[in-house]
Design a protein around this ligand. Structure first.
Ligand SMILES: [Mg+2]
Length: 428
C-alpha cells in the first residue's frame, strides 16, 4: 500500500496490489468476510484439493453449502441442489461439511479480529463488522494499513483468504467487501457514496429482499437513483418505516453502530408468580414453558450449556439455586426440562415459591451438543420429537405447537407474562 511516486509496486513489500483512495486515512469501519470459507478450510487441510473444483455440501439437505472459486467458474452456486451442481461441474470433488472444524477456524479468525479492536460484531461464522475508529494510536497506523496487514496475517497464520470492505458506515462496508472477492480490498468513501450507489439495483439495499424488490419493481423503481430522487414522505407513504430506510440508505446515510458481541455466561428464563405456588401441578408447566424459552434462545444463538441451573425464590424472598452438570452440553428443551424437574422435585416440600427460573451455564458452541444418546432411547426419541416441533415452529410460529405440559395451561391463576423474562448474564 505504501508506494514511491513512480513505482507500480509497494516499496515495502513489493506487491503489485496498490490501493489509492482519497479517504484512505479517514475511513475506519470495515466488513471482513472470509472467501469461500468452508472450501478454503478444506483446501488448506488437503493441498491435493488446491487445483480441483471443490463443493462442500450434500449431507441431509442435499444442497451446496460452499463452492470454491474454481467450481463457481463452472456455474456452481451456494444453496444449489447437489444434482444441479454436479450437472454443471461433474468433475467437482464433494466433501460433506465439517461444522466443528469450521466453527473452530471461525473462532480463531474472530480472536485475531479482537486483537485489532474490541468493537467486533460477528454476522456469521465467517464475517464481521469491525470499528477501528480511535485505534490509530494503538496501532500507530490508520485503519486501512492495519487491515491490509491483517489480510496478510490471516493468510499466513490461518491459511485462508479474506476480503475487506472499508467505508464510513455498515451498509457500504458490507457492499465493499463483496466488490473484489476473493482477496478483495475495496473502499467506498463518503464523497463517492451517492454516485457509487446510483446505478445499483434496489436489491443491494440491506433489508430489501425478494418481496420488497418485486414490489418496488412493480412500482417502477429499479435503481437506487430513483430512490435518491424521491422525497422521504413519498417513500414513507408507500413503504412505511421501510420507506425511511430506503430514503436514507439510498443516500448512503447509515448511523448504525458496530455492536460488539458480549461473551455470555449463562442463559436463563424466570417467572414471578401472581400468587405463591407450591404444588408440582402448578410449577411443572411453568418449568416446561421456561425450558422451551431457554432452548429457543440457545438454538437461535447456536450455543449450548453444559450445566442446568434451577432457581427458586421462596415466599419469604430466600433464594435457592440448584445445578446439575450434564454428560454433554445441551440446547434441547427436553433435557433442560427433565434435569430441572429432577432438581425441582427435591424442593417440593410444601414450601411456597414466588419465583421459578431455569437456565444453563458453561456455555459453548453447539458443535458437541446433544449427541445421540445410545443409553437412553427415550431421550433420543424425545429429542427427535423436539426437532420436529422446532421445524413446525420455524414454519408456523412459536405458538404453533404446545407440549402436553403446557397445553391449555396459560389461563387463570398462572404466572403473569409481564414479569416473565429471558436473561442473558454477560461476562465483563
Ligand atoms: Mg464468506
Amino acid at each position: 500500500m505504501q508506494r514511491s511516486a513512480e513505482s507500480r509496486r509497494c516499496y515495502a513489500c513489493g506487491s503489485p496490489r496498490l490501493l489509492r483512495h482519497k479517504e484512505l486515512y479517514k475511513l475506519s469501519l470495515a466488513h471482513i468476510d472470509c472467501d469461500a470459507f468452508y472450501a478454503a478450510v478444506e483446501k488448506r487441510d488437503n493441498p491435493e484439493l488446491l487445483d480441483k473444483p471443490l463443493i462442500i455440501g450434500g449431507g441431509t439437505r442435499g444442497v451446496v453449502s460452499t463452492a470454491c472459486y474454481l467450481a463457481r467458474i463452472h456455474g456452481v452456486r451456494s444453496a444449489m441442489p447437489m444434482f444441479k451442481a454436479l450437472e454443471a461441474c461433474p468433475q467437482a470433488v464433494v466433501i460433506p461439511p465439517n461444522m466443528e472444524k469450521y466453527s473452530k477456524v471461525g473462532r480463531e479468525v474472530r480472536q485475531l479480529m479482537r486483537e485489532l479492536t474490541p468493537a467486533v460484531e460477528p454476522l456469521s461464522i465467517d464475517e464481521a463488522f469491525l470499528d477501528l475508529s480511535g485505534t490509530e494510536n494503538l496501532h500507530k497506523a490508520p485503519a486501512s494499513f492495519v487491515l491490509a496487514k491483517f489480510v496478510q496475517r490471516i493468510e499466513k497464520e490461518i491459511g485462508i483468504t479474506i476480503s475487506v470492505g472499508l467505508s464510513y458506515c455498515k451498509f457500504l462496508a458490507k457492499i465493499a467487501s463483496d466488490l473484489n472477492k476473493p482477496r478483495g480490498f475495496a473502499v467506498i468513501g463518503e464523497e463517492e457514496a451517492l454516485t457509487f450507489l446510483r446505478d445499483k439495483p434496489v436489491s443491494i439495499i440491506w433489508g430489501v429482499g425478494k418481496a420488497l424488490t418485486a414490489k418496488l419493481n412493480s412500482d417502477g423503481i429499479r435503481t437506487i437513483e430513483q430512490l435518491q430522487s424521491t422525497e422521504e414522505n413519498v417513500l414513507m407513504k408507500s413503504y412505511g418505516v421501510m420507506g425511511q430506510r430506503l430514503y436514507r440508505l439510498s443516500r448512503g446515510q447509515d448511523t448504525r453502530r458496530v455492536e460488539p458481541e458480549h461473551e455470555m455466561k449463562s442463559i436463563s428464563a424466570e417467572t414471578t408468580f401472581n400468587h405463591d405456588l407450591s404444588s408440582s401441578d402448578d410449577l411443572v408447566p411453568v418449568l416446561r414453558a421456561l425450558s422451551e424459552k431457554v432452548s429457543h434462545r440457545l438454538k437461535n444463538g447456536e450455543i449450548a450449556g453444559h450445566t442446568v441451573v434451577l432457581k427458586l425464590k421462596t415466599q419469604d424472598f430466600k433464594s435457592r439455586t440448584r445445578n446439575r452438570q450434564l454428560s454433554s452440553p445441551t440446547q434441547l428443551a427436553d433435557r433442560i426440562f427433565h434435569t430441572g424437574l429432577s432438581l425441582l422435585e427435591k424442593e417440593l416440600d410444601g414450601t411456597k415459591f414466588r419465583l421459578l427460573g431455569i437456565g444453563v451455564s458453561d456455555l459453548s458452541g453447539n458443535e458437541r451438543a446433544d449427541p445421540p444418546d445410545l443409553v437412553d432411547i427415550e431421550a433420543t426419541r424425545r429429542a427427535k420429537a423436539e426437532n420436529a416441533m422446532d421445524f413446525l415452529r420455524n414454519k408456523f410460529g412459536q405458538k404453533a405447537v404446545e407440549t402436553g405440559y403446557t397445553f391449555g395451561k396459560s389461563g387463570l391463576g398462572r404466572p403473569q407474562t409481564p414479569s416473565e423474562h429471558v436473561k442473558r448474564e454477560e461476562k465483563d
